[in-house]
Write a protein that binds this ligand. Sequence first.
Ligand code: IPD
Ligand code: CA
Ligand code: CA
Length: 268
Amino acid sequence: MIKNTLIKATEAGASELQRFFNGSFKITNKEGINNPVTEADHASEKAIFEVIRKDFPDHFILSEESGEIKMDSEYKWIIDPIDGTVNFANGIPLCCISIGLEHNGTIIMGAVYNPNMNEFFFAEKGKGATLNDKPIQVGNKSAVMDSCLATGFPYTYVNSPNGGLEVFNTLIRRGVALRRIGSAALDLCWVAAGRFDGFYEHILQAWDSAAGFLMVEEAGGKVTDFKGNHYSVYQPQLLATNGKIHDEMLELINNPSEWDSKRFVVSK
Ligand code: IPD
Ligand code: CA
Ligand code: CA
């Protein structure tokens, strides 16, 4: 029942995304620079809420555009009504609906749907991850130099030591394949599907990662903060990898200027 509701809610949000995609819609700006929210984000959120509220009127909801709708419940729905809003607003088809379901503090299910590519990712704790109902697995690269990585940046860049640009600078100068596709939820799903070997971002919110992080774990990957602690969606740092490059990525992120790629065996 709850899995059905999750799938129905994700599809309801995606119908709204598609209704507005490449059409006209109102855009307003949130805090930060170029941090848009569109009419479609609100429409998607409304459609998702309707499905959840019909089946589970007393569940807690945490959603990007409405914040916390607190309820005394063991269940919390963590919703990004459109992840990749800048892509969406520019007609770039890399955007999705992302919904994670938490039970007593543990994320137990996640769904991420990019209707533009007809790709529906789903994960359930202990039961694996799927793309359009087919099981997915992380990739098997064992060195960062051989990997295809992804990252993202917050709307307002935080200039801190070893920040996002320092890590980016090191990787690009060494010639590592590194992408910035503009949707953290898809970045995580693409790690789970073995397209990316790793994804890191310095500041994320719970709704960006709740579903995608479970996807990576259930596809056999590893997700931590930048100290190597098991990932919590309620702190900002996220490193998700295929597992094999995790330790090397941790060293690199914590000290990009000292990264010695030759210390790690390059697989061929
Ligand atoms: C953003 C995207 C982006 C990431 C930002 C997020 P939004 O979410 O996931 O890839 O770099 O940190 O805020 O605003 O499109 O929902
Ligand atoms: Ca987001
Ligand atoms: Ca969003």
